[in-house]
Design a protein around this ligand. Structure first.
Ligand code: ADP
Length: 394
């Protein structure tokens, strides 16, 4: 007998084989169905899906034999992968490559037909093959079936590889997100305590030395205080942005909209403003996420508002496959060319209104709405007010 040679690109071929994570994997129904089908179509006792490892043939599926691997140096498949076409040995006892081969002498592997499993990069990973204990032939349709099912095996292997890559990417992304959230929370806590010190020290300075301070100095101190507040809002915003995904895990419940509006009013300490909402019960909705969205929108509606009486109306409609909300204000409005951009993170609109902003709130809202299978958009008229419309999937 002659042992099969290694293909010229054996090292790259082995690397390709390993990328499928198939070696030593457990039997799977998809592959076993194919070998059973091959055995039936070819009317033959043994059908295998073999993957060629360094020194062995690993059988991903083995129909008609009780073992899942055999040495590569005595294998028929080792010869098959050296060419692109099917290899048929009608009677191995008469083929000098297989005379004295223990598979022939001890296991009566007399007839063999094998098709190489060639992956999209051109590497032969293994074979789909059949054995019989007597000399015989395959007819044209049996050969075609063997070739077609070989392609099917390659497709299955490709799907498997893509799934592994997807899973690995997903795990890595989840890990990164977790690390990023921890990082964001560390950074914000580490920044927040020195900021709190600056605020209280500035306050002390203002109180203690009020009489000795010039008007300019008082102005500078106020400026320090304002900047510190902006920075604190910025940090809180970033923290909320990273934590907003946590809200998506909250259970759904029934929500009384007018009560929620009262809660929001308390949170935003806006006793003098009108926040109008109907006495409607919204059934089965993520209250935590809805509250976060409405707090952000109502906060903006009051913040970007120059009217003496600030009015915010929350409207609700149950549509066939989603909840729809509208938050309308009588504020400063948004320029037409900024309407889409304001949902981007860190995007703010310059206004003469003197309100400092971080540009994190609306992107947090958009992120939440989209993860709740909804959409958000805005209609606005400069000087008159804006209406934010958002939906939440059922
Ligand atoms: P911030 O958290 O700083 O308020 P947002 O992301 O919530 O930032 O908003 C982005 C920008 O969109 C704000 O800087 C503001 O100019 C504009 N904006 C948001 N809501 C309104 C509104 N109701 N009326 C007018 N302008 C608004």
């Amino acid at each position: 007998m002659t042992s099969p040679k290694f293909p010229k690109n054996e090292l790259q071929r082995l690397e390709a084989v390993k990328s499928y994570n198939i070696l030593d994997s457990l039997p799977e129904e998809d592959y076993d169905n194919i070998t059973a089908l091959v055995a039936s179509i070819c009317d033959i006792p043994i059908a295998l899906i073999a993957v060629l490892d360094t020194n062995r043939n690993f059988f991903k599926s083995y129909h008609g034999i009780p073992f899942n691997e055999s040495p590569r140096d005595i294998s028929f498949c080792g010869h098959t992968i050296l060419n692109e076409d099917i290899l048929i040995i009608k009677d191995a006892r008469k083929d000098k490559r297989f005379i004295d081969n223990p598979l022939v002498t001890e296991q009566q592997a007399i007839f063999y037909a094998g098709v190489p499993l060639i992956n999209p990069e051109g590497f032969p990973l293994g074979t789909i093959c059949v054995f019989d204990h007597k000399p015989r032939e395959l007819d044209k349709s049996q050969i075609n079936a063997l070739k077609s099912l070989g392609k099917q095996v390659v497709n299955l292997l490709e799907l498997r590889r893509k799934n592994f890559i997807l899973e690995a990417t997903k795990t890595e992304l989840e890990d990164r997100n977790k690390r990023l959230a921890v990082f964001a929370s560390h950074v914000s806590h580490d920044l927040k305590s020195p900021l709190a010190n600056i605020t209280s020290l500035t306050d002390l300075l203002k109180q203690d030395d009020a009489s000795r301070l010039s008007e300019d100095s008082k102005g500078y101190l106020n400026y320090i205080e304002e900047s510190t507040t902006v920075l604190k809002d910025y940090i809180d915003g970033i923290l909320r942005y990273y934590k907003s995904d946590e809200l998506l895990k909250a259970k759904k419940e029934d929500v009384e909209l007018s009560e929620l509006a009262e809660d929001i009013k308390r949170v935003l300490v806006s006793n003098t403003d009108k926040i109008i909402a109907p006495n409607t019960t919204i059934q089965h909705i993520n209250k935590a996420a809805l509250s976060q969205i409405l707090i952000n929108l109502v906060d903006n509606a009051l913040k970007y508002n120059d009217k003496s009486e600030r009015i915010v109306t929350i409207a609700y409609e149950f549509l066939s496959d989603h909840h729809q909300f509208k938050v309308t204000d009588n504020g400063i409005g948004i320029p037409e060319n900024q309407k889409d951009k304001i949902f981007d993170i860190f995007r703010t609109v310059k206004n003469d209104f003197g309100k400092s902003s971080t540009g994190i709130g609306l992107s947090t809202v958009k992120n939440l709405v989209e993860k709740l299978n909804g959409q958000i958009s805005v209609d606005s008229e400069l000087g008159k007010g804006s209406t934010f419309t958002f939906t939440i999937g059922l």
